[in-house]
Design a protein around this ligand. Structure first.
Ligand SMILES: *[C@@H]1O[C@H](CO)[C@@H](O)[C@H](O)[C@H]1NC(C)=O
Ligand SMILES: *[C@@H]1O[C@H](CO)[C@@H](O)[C@H](O)[C@H]1NC(C)=O
Ligand SMILES: *[C@@H]1O[C@H](CO)[C@@H](O)[C@H](O)[C@H]1NC(C)=O
Length: 501
């Protein structure tokens, strides 16, 4: 009886909280950001970690998600996400220093290893909008031009001396920093370099200065660095490394080339993965052609630039428009008119809708499970070796793309994570208790937010354990076994090659 009363009381309390938070969140959508922060923090002081967002103004990706997590049904109750706000988060323009949760663990634990997956920083578009002038953006690094960084000048001079680095041949022929006065297609911009100098500095303060992850006289073997073969990923990785280990000795840096954007190395043959990717692409196509507002927008824009609609669409104009938007350059005009913010908002809104349907339909999730197994398996193996006492590869950096990070987020069940912005970072930390026998823990952080307990393998765990830690064994089990269950398999090889029909 007593138990039941208590249960009812809790139920009532939960309902009240849900109602309060719902109404509060609902109305706070229209408040300026600074006011939102105040209301949220003051209203629920008992949930400080969830409600304290990062830097005000610019994004951290926190506030939106936190809002959702304590609500009954966010998708139907909230007005749609604002496309311009989302675009701003995507740009990740360097601004106020952000708060991050990396390295936060109980004092009795010791940090064993850190694995960082990054998306390259801000870059020039990959495609041009037909018949318009190329955006006038300067890719020459100039410390005097904004956005800048105190280490930018030293970075440039250090990169000029890098001929002694050990890099796979596909990488050693690439420039180590951007240098064209009119950027080339896909080239990293100064903004992109600064974003990763900031990432590296943040990681240095936490992992090297505070937690002493590497000894003062670290050696080449203690690092593991891998990059895809694009100049923007190599340069992003180097910028992060430079501020992480200022003035590093080039002889101690060794960078592997990864030819696959999903980092599948020698395990890329996987027909089932390809099958789900094709299904996902079909879903995407169907959603697009159903959206008459979007179709009309493409027709409009094609008229402005004077090319067939199909050609305009094929040039992936949102990529170019996002670049102009992020650099505060006005959208192109012709004698027929201008591409304007309304066009941009329609396409961006469609992207947001597409992301939402992508999560619901789960095809991408199944693709992601198969696509990311080799990379996660590699990460887990590296962590296991350190957990067993080996003092190698304590810090791993994978310099990659949105198409690398996005499936990793999806496969781990981080459905609320935003699409990877420029210079996004996903971090895995391995901790242990030097006093405990085999107590090892994993933490997962996305752009500084602790998402450990949002992953499918640790969801709910913080309520069961007093310490709010996720056992490393859970991550291992997920990668070695549970990943395949959702696709009815037992191992990577048999899941990849199972017959679907
Ligand atoms: C963006 O450009 C407009 C005019 O082109 C200018 O007024 C505004 O200050 C710029 N904003 C930023 C953040 O640079
Ligand atoms: C997973 O990792 C183990 C240990 O490093 C390795 O032997 C195996 O080939 C890997 N499998 C895949 C599919 O990546
Ligand atoms: C897994 O098997 C079940 C039962 O046989 C089936 O209903 C389901 O569609 C299968 N899932 C996949 C992803 O093949």
């Amino acid at each position: 009886m007593l138990l039941r009363n208590r249960f009812l009381l809790l139920l009532a309390l939960a309902a009240l909280l849900a109602f309060l938070s719902l109404s509060l969140q609902f109305f706070s959508r229209w408040l300026p950001v600074s006011m939102q922060l105040k209301t949220e923090v003051h209203a629920f002081p008992e949930f400080p970690v969830r409600l304290i967002p990062g830097a005000p103004g610019r994004d951290d990706g926190l506030s939106g998600k936190n809002r959702k997590r304590i609500m009954p049904d966010p998708l139907t109750e909230l007005p749609p996400l604002d496309p311009l706000h989302e675009a701003n988060l995507y740009c990740n323009t360097p601004g106020i220093r952000e708060r991050s949760m990396e390295g936060h663990a109980p004092h009795n634990l010791k940090l064993l290893s850190v694995h960082v997956m990054i998306r390259h920083g801000d870059r020039y578009p990959l495609y041009a909008i037909p018949k318009t002038k190329k955006p006038d953006i300067d890719c020459v690094l100039e410390p005097g031009r904004k956005p800048s960084h105190p280490l930018l000048a030293d970075f440039i001079s250090h990169m000029s001396k890098g001929s002694e680095a050990h890099m796979d041949s596909a990488l050693s022929s690439l420039p180590r920093f951007p240098s064209h006065s009119l950027c080339e297609m896909g080239e990293l911009t100064q903004t992109g370099v600064v974003q990763h100098l900031r990432n590296g500095q943040l990681l240095r303060d936490i992992y090297l200065k505070k937690h002493r992850l590497l000894p003062y006289d670290w050696t080449a073997k203690q690092l593991y660095i891998e990059s895809t073969g694009k100049s923007r990923t190599l340069q992003s990785g180097l910028a992060l490394l430079y501020s992480f280990l200022p003035d590093f000795d080039w002889k101690k840096i060794s960078i592997r080339h990864q030819w696959s954007t999903i980092f599948c190395s020698s395990h890329c043959d996987c027909p089932v993965r390809n099958h789900y990717l094709e299904e996902e692409q079909r879903r995407q196509y169907n959603l697009r052609v159903k959206n008459s507002h979007l179709e009309k927008t493409y027709i409009d824009m094609a008229k402005v630039v004077g090319v067939p609609t199909r050609q305009l669409r094929a040039s992936n104009p949102i990529d170019s428009l996002l670049c102009l938007f992020c650099h505060n350059v006005s959208f192109p005009c012709t004698k027929n008119g201008c591409i304007d913010t309304e066009h941009f908002k329609v396409i961006k809104s469609h992207q947001i809708e597409d992301e939402k349907e992508r999560h619901e339909k789960q095809l991408y999730f199944k693709y992601a499970l198969m696509a990311t197994h080799p990379l996660l398996n590699q990460t887990v193996s590296r962590m296991q070796r350190v957990a067993e006492g080996k003092k190698e590869e304590l810090f791993a950096l994978y310099s990659a793309h949105d198409v690398t990070l996005s499936p990793v987020l999806s496969s781990m069940g981080l459905a609320e994570a935003r699409f990877p912005r420029f210079a996004a970072r996903l971090v895995f930390e391995l901790w242990h208790n030097p006093e405990g026998k085999k107590e090892q823990y994993v933490r997962v952080l996305y752009n500084g937010e602790d998402v450990t307990f949002q992953t499918s393998f640790c969801r709910g765990q913080e309520r069961r354990s007093k310490q709010a830690l996720c056992p490393f064994a859970k991550f291992v089990r997920f990668v070695k076994k549970e990943m395949f269950l959702a696709v009815n398999g037992t191992s990577y090889y048999d899941t990849c090659h199972q017959r679907l029909f």
